[in-house]
Design a protein around this ligand. Structure first.
Ligand SMILES: NC(=O)c1ccc[n+]([C@@H]2O[C@H](COP(=O)([O-])OP(=O)(O)OC[C@H]3O[C@@H](n4cnc5c(N)ncnc54)[C@H](OP(=O)(O)O)[C@@H]3O)[C@@H](O)[C@H]2O)c1
Length: 265
C-alpha cells in the first residue's frame, strides 16, 4: 500500500467543519494532500485548518455560505491563488432543512435546500473544473433518498436526485479530459444532520453512536447500521485514489438496504 497516495495533490472539501466532510478532509491530509475547506462556522473550520496544518499539509480555509454565490466565487478565487490547480473536489456540504410533508413545506426552506445542495456544488464545480488536472476526481455526496424518496422531506430528495444526475452528466462531459465523477451515498452516519441537531447542540459521532442501535435505527431499514463518519472518509479516499481509467458516472453506496427501499437516509 502506498503510504501517502495523495502526496502532491490538492483537494477541496466543502462542509468540512464537522461530520463526514471533516473526516474526509483529515483523511485526505493524512494521505498527503493539501486541502481547501469551507463551511459557515468559522470556529469549526479554524479547528480543522489547524489539524490539517499539524499533519504537515497546507490548508486554505474560508467561512463560506454555499447559498451565497459571491462567497462561493471568493472561495474558489482564494483556492486558485493558494494552489494553482485542483485534483479532487468533494461536494460534501448539504442541508436537510425540511422533514415534513410536501403540503406543509415552507417554500423558502424548500428553495434554500436547492441553493445549498444543488446550486452550491454546481457553482463550485463550474468555477474549479477548468483548473482540474488530468486524473482529477469529483465526488458528490448524495443519498439513497435521491433514488427512493418515500414520504416527507421532498426538498432533500429532489436535491439529491439532481446531484446524482449532475454526477452522470458531468462524467460524460469530462470523460475525454480523464476526470472521473462519481456519487458517494454514505447511508446512515452519526452526524449532526442524522441526529437532527439544532445549531450549537451538535454531538460528536461517538456520543451519537453511544445511543445504541435500538434508538439509532428507529424508522430505518432493519439491515442498516449507523456508521462513524470516518468509515465514509475511507470510501472517499478510495474513490480519490483510483488511477486514471477508474470508474466514472457511478454511485458508490455504503448503505446496506436495497437502494429502492425508502426507509433510511
Ligand atoms: N449523515 C447521514 O446519515 C447522511 C446520509 C446520506 C447523505 N448524507 C450527506 O452527507 C453530506 C454530509 O452530511 P453530514 O451528515 O456530515 O452533515 P453535518 O454533520 O451536519 O455537516 C454538514 C457540513 O456542511 C456544512 N454546511 C451546511 N450548510 C452549509 C452552507 N450553506 N454553506 C457551507 N457549508 C454548509 C456544515 O457547516 P455549517 O453549518 O457551519 O455551515 C457542516 O460542516 C451531506 O451532503 C448529506 O446530505 C449524510
Amino acid at each position: 500500500m502506498i503510504e501517502k497516495p495523495l502526496a502532491g495533490k490538492v483537494a477541496v472539501v466543502t462542509g468540512a467543519g464537522r461530520g463526514i466532510g471533516k473526516s474526509i478532509a483529515l483523511a485526505f491530509a493524512k494521505a498527503g494532500a493539501d486541502v481547501a475547506i469551507c463551511a459557515r462556522s468559522a470556529s469549526e473550520i479554524k479547528f480543522v485548518d489547524q489539524a490539517i496544518s499539524e499533519l504537515g499539509q497546507k490548508c486554505f480555509s474560508m467561512p463560506v455560505d454555499l447559498a451565497e454565490t459571491e462567497q462561493v466565487s471568493a472561495f474558489c478565487h482564494g483556492i486558485l491563488l493558494k494552489f494553482d490547480a485542483v485534483d479532487v473536489l468533494v461536494n460534501n456540504a448539504g442541508v436537510y432543512l425540511e422533514r415534513g410533508a410536501f403540503a406543509d413545506s415552507d417554500p423558502a426552506l424548500w428553495w434554500k435546500t436547492m441553493e445549498v445542495n444543488v446550486r452550491g456544488p454546481y457553482l463550485l464545480t463550474r468555477h474549479l473544473v477548468d483548473a482540474m488536472r488530468k486524473g482529477g476526481k469529483i465526488i458528490n455526496l448524495t443519498s439513497g433518498k435521491g433514488y427512493s424518496a418515500g414520504v416527507n422531506s421532498s426538498a432533500y430528495h429532489v436535491s439529491k436526485a439532481a446531484l446524482n444526475m449532475m454526477t452522470e452528466g458531468l462524467a460524460n462531459e469530462l470523460w475525454d479530459r480523464e476526470i472521473e465523477v462519481n456519487s458517494l451515498v454514505p447511508g446512515p452516519t452519526a452526524t449532526a444532520t442524522f441526529d437532527n441537531a439544532k445549531p450549537g447542540e451538535e454531538r460528536s459521532p461517538e456520543d451519537i453512536l453511544s445511543d445504541g442501535p435500538d434508538v439509532l435505527l428507529k424508522g430505518l431499514h432493519a439491515w442498516e447500521r449507523v456508521k462513524h463518519p470516518d468509515e465514509v472518509a475511507h470510501m472517499a479516499l478510495q474513490m480519490a485514489t483510483y488511477a486514471i481509467g477508474g470508474p466514472t458516472g457511478q454511485v458508490f453506496s455504503l448503505a446496506r438496504r436495497p437502494m429502492w427501499d425508502a426507509a433510511s437516509t
